[in-house]
Design a protein around this ligand. Sequence first.
Ligand SMILES: Nc1nc2c(c(=O)[nH]1)N(C=O)[C@@H](CNc1ccc(C(=O)N[C@@H](CCC(=O)O)C(=O)O)cc1)CN2
Ligand SMILES: Nc1ncnc2c1ncn2[C@@H]1O[C@H](COP(=O)(O)OP(=O)(O)OP(=O)(O)O)[C@@H](O)[C@H]1O
Length: 201
Amino acid sequence: MDSPLHQQRQSLRQHMRRLRRSLSESQQFQASQQLAEHAILYSAIEQSQRIALFLSMDGEINTRPLIARLWHLGKSVYLPRIDPLQPTSLLFQRFTPQTSLVKHRSGMLEPEENTDECCPFTELDVIIVPLVAFDSAGQRLGMGGGFYDRLLADWQKTSVFPIGIAHNCQHQEALPIEPWDIPLPAVITPNKLWQWSSKEA
Ligand SMILES: Nc1nc2c(c(=O)[nH]1)N(C=O)[C@@H](CNc1ccc(C(=O)N[C@@H](CCC(=O)O)C(=O)O)cc1)CN2
Ligand SMILES: Nc1ncnc2c1ncn2[C@@H]1O[C@H](COP(=O)(O)OP(=O)(O)OP(=O)(O)O)[C@@H](O)[C@H]1O
């Protein structure tokens, strides 16, 4: 647990979380609008119907403008809920303007439990993934829960396409990686669409 690599990843997480929290409200606003405009034009999103997203916290790029555009386009949006029966896993539940949100003890807002509205992972078309940092090879560092690494371990065997979203400042040339880290095939930032072929990624 306290290996030098673990410590290096922890301090990088702290640094990058501070960096994204230090963006001003107007920078955050502009970034989230730009991101939403680019994201809806990206073919993988344009062609998909069921899209998992997340509700931003801790300086993460604000996903609300993107969610509003996806709703407007008639797409179905899903949000993660920590599975109460298996708290290392995420469930994905439909999110509409009518959905009530409740606070999980981790501080995260989640849709109020409604198992009828859950979508199995493999039936999603696109999963938009939060991240703390990403690098030039598509590797990502998350909040440290391992939720998305576990979820995406076999994504290439499914028809689900994962896409990271982040502020420009969350890019690092090369991240210290662990064997279980799952690289992303695409990351969208306000300024750039990063893409890696699955071979290189
Ligand atoms: N907006 C958003 N939603 C998300 C994630 C995310 O990264 N961002 N997740 C991505 O996996 C999952 C939840 N993962 C989480 C991981 C850590 C903490 C958290 O608050 N950690 C505290 C420490 C808690 C502790 O030590 O007990 C912290 O970092 O301060 C919350 C959610 C699903 N939903
Ligand atoms: N495929 C997996 N199977 C089992 N455990 C895993 C898997 N992937 C990650 N983990 C565990 O999750 C823990 C956290 O992993 P890591 O530090 O890479 O999280 P992260 O990428 O920051 O988080 P997240 O993926 O939720 O954004 C690690 O201790 C690791 O052992």
